[in-house]
Design a protein around this ligand. Sequence first.
Ligand code: ZN
Ligand code: ZN
Length: 386
Amino acid sequence: METHRLRNILHPDLLRERLASEQRVRTTLSFYRYVRLTEVEALRHALYEEWERLGVLGRIYLAQEGINAQVSVPTANLEAFRANLDGREAFRDVPWKIAVEDDGKSFLKLAIKVRRKIVADGLTDDAFDVTDVGRHLDAATFNRKLEEGALVIDMRNNYECLIGHFEGAYLPKADTFRGAIEEVVEMLRAQPAQGSEQPTCTVAPPDRPSSPTEILLYCTGGIRCEKASAYLKHHGFANVNQLHGGIIDYTRQIKAQGLESKYKGQNFVFDERLAERITDDVVSHCMQCGAPCDRIANCQEASCNILLVQCPECARKYNDCCSPSCREIHQLPPDEQRAWRKGRNTRSSKTKAINDPEGLRRRIREEEEQLARTGTLHPEIIQAQA
Ligand SMILES: [Zn+2]
Ligand SMILES: [Zn+2]
C-alpha cells in the first residue's frame, strides 16, 4: 500500500481556505472506546483511506487499548460514516457525542495517529483493572446527586477548567493526569466521612479505609473518567459515579430535556475555537487586569504561545500577548522577529496555561517599569541592530 499519501501534506492556510469555501454542512462529533485492537498500523491506514473518501476531518488516536476520535463529518455522509464504523466489530455501536455549538469548521485536516495509549495518563497498564469503572450517570441523575451534596471532581487538564466547570467542583491543580488523580486521592482521604461530626481540618491517617462520600467525576467526553473511576475504585473508594458522555453529552441532554445546566461558563475544546459556551455565567477573570472575563487566548508571540484568560482591552493593550516582553517581540518587523526566534522553540502549545495570574500581574508591573526606564526588555535585540 502506498502509505505516503495517507496523510495531509497541504499548508494550513490552503486547508483553511479550502474549508471556508466548502459548501458542505458538517457535523462535529466525538467517540471513544477502550477495546483491544490488533495490527493498529494497518488499521490506521485503512481508516485513513476510507474516512478521507467520506470527507472526514479531525484528530483520531489509535492504540492497542482502543480508539479516541474527534471528527467533523459532512452531514450528508453521517449515515455512511456510521455504517463504516459499524462494519468493524471493534467499533460497532460505539456511541457518538455530537457537539452542540459548532459551525463544522473545527478541523482542517484528517490526522490519525498511532499512540501507545488513547489518553496519555502516565499510569501503568496493569496497576489496576481499567474495566472496573464507576456508575455512569445521565445528566438528570448527575444534577440530582449534585443537589444532594455529592462531591464533584473535575478530571480534565487544569487549563481546561479555567473558563467553565460544574458548580462547587474540586479542580485539581496538578498539570498531569497522574498528578491530578493522585491529588484527588489525597484530597478524598482528607475528607471527613459524610454525616460525621469531624471538622474538615482533621488529617486522616494514610491507611484510612475509603470514605463513604459520594463521588461525581466528569471530564470533556467521559473518557478520562473511565480510567479515573477505575483508579479510585482500585484505591478503595466504593461510591464512584461518572458523567456519562462527559460535558459534551451533558450539554446535549440538558438542552433536549430542558434541564438546568449546573455546568457554568464555557467548555474548553481542542480545536480552533478553544471554547464553546454552555451558559452565560462568567466564572473566571482576566489574568492580566483581574476583570471578570472568560475569553481564552494563546499568547501570539510564537516562542511563548501560552494559554491565558485575557479580556479584549488587555488583548489590545498587550497586542494579543501575555506580557510586555512578548509584546515587544511581537511588534518587531517580521524579519527581526524571525531572527530573534532562531534557535528558540516555537512549537504551538494548547496544553500550557498560566497557572499563577498573581505572578503574571507582578511580572507585567516589573516589565512595564523596566520598559519605562530602559526602553526595551530585550537589550540583545538593540545590540544586534547596532
Ligand atoms: Zn484584562
Ligand atoms: Zn507570551
